[in-house]
Write a protein that binds this ligand. Structure first.
Ligand code: G4P
Length: 291
């Protein structure tokens, strides 16, 4: 496996603004819901979150379960359960799982709600906000909760607008503006995982290098799906780049001189992976971390 770090940037100025905005909004809510990508739950989460949200309770929203390997998602469920971390599994695009949002929040806030009830405040309306790294599904989730189609949220940190609250039900309101977290490039694979899923924009990375790495990863972890999608017979010890060439040949992608067009194939591979066309694939397993 090629583990040289990839050149992925997240500008400190953007980070400072995002952190400031988030700190302001966190004060307004009872609970913070961090959306992560079910295919890369660790790479798509931000380990600084306790520092950012303080002691506020947290709900993890494991999104894009429709694209993740169901067997691996089951392992993650057990992983989080063992650590007593509450998780809601969603496919924000279709809306699957989103209806469990309010109940999941109430379960976490049970004791606080009981205290309110004891004080005679039975009608306490809880307030929540969602946070997450770019492109993880924040706007889609908010729009599903609000039952509307068009995206209203913006990923640009520093964009100010009046605070809007979406009524989820009688006991819960959701802040319309998501909090933007910055990717945390800790392990050698984190940045690459984020780039595979499109959380980091392609214009800051070499897409052929990225696609070759994805090919290599898929040939190790999901060889059947890869072979099926690109009609490949995967040779032992084939490099990612060789597999890209083979797939480009099978698809008939040629450039002048009869060479295969690996650049075009790279864009297609990444696109098809991100859209779930190769199959349901998870790139991180709990076993990669401590079980
Ligand atoms: P963000 O606010 O966190 O930046 O993310 P956003 O909601 O804009 O979602 C980014 C992309 O991910 C969107 O695709 C959205 O449809 C897709 N998405 C979000 N949640 C899920 C999910 O659970 N499953 C799947 N399969 N996709 C999800 P897009 O291509 O940018 O837009 P669209 O053409 O799908 O509308």
């Amino acid at each position: 496996m090629d583990d040289r770090p990839m050149n992925i940037q997240w500008f400190p100025g953007h980070m400072a603004k995002a952190r400031r905005m988030m700190a302001e909004n966190v004060k307004l809510v009872d609970i913070v819901c961090e959306i992560i990508d079910a295919r890369i739950p660790i790479s798509s989460s931000n380990p600084d979150i306790p520092k950012i949200i303080g002691t506020k309770p947290r709900l993890l929203i494991l999104n894009r379960i429709d694209l993740a390997d169901p067997g691996v998602t089951r392992q993650w469920r057990a992983y989080f359960k063992k650590r007593a971390i509450p998780v809601l599994e969603t496919d924000a695009k279709s809306g699957r799982g989103v209806s469990g949002f309010s109940a999941a929040v109430r379960e976490i806030m049970k004791e606080k709600l009981q205290k309110y009830a004891a004080k005679g405040i039975a009608t306490k309306v809880l307030r929540a906000m969602v946070v997450g790294i770019p492109n993880v599904g924040k706007s889609t989730f908010i729009n599903k909760v609000a039952k509307r189609k068009a995206a209203a949220a913006s990923d640009r940190p520093g964009v100010t607008r009046g605070k809007q609250w979406i009524t989820v039900d009688r006991s819960l309101e959701l802040l319309d503006t998501p909090g933007l977290l910055w990717p945390k490039l800790e392990g050698p694979e984190t940045g690459v995982n984020l780039a595979f899923t499109g959380a980091v924009k392609d214009d800051v990375i070499d897409i052929q290098e990225l696609a070759a790495r994805l090919m290599q990863r898929l040939s190790q972890d999901y060889p059947e799906l890869l072979a099926e999608r690109y009609k490949l017979e995967i040779p032992e010890n084939a490099t990612g780049y060789q597999l890209l060439e083979m797939a480009a040949g099978k698809r008939g992608f040629l450039i002048s001189g009869g060479q295969v067009d690996t650049l075009r194939m790279s864009a297609i591979l990444l696109d098809e992976f991100r859209g779930g066309k190769i199959g349901r694939i998870s790139l991180e397993k709990p076993g990669d971390y401590d079980a």
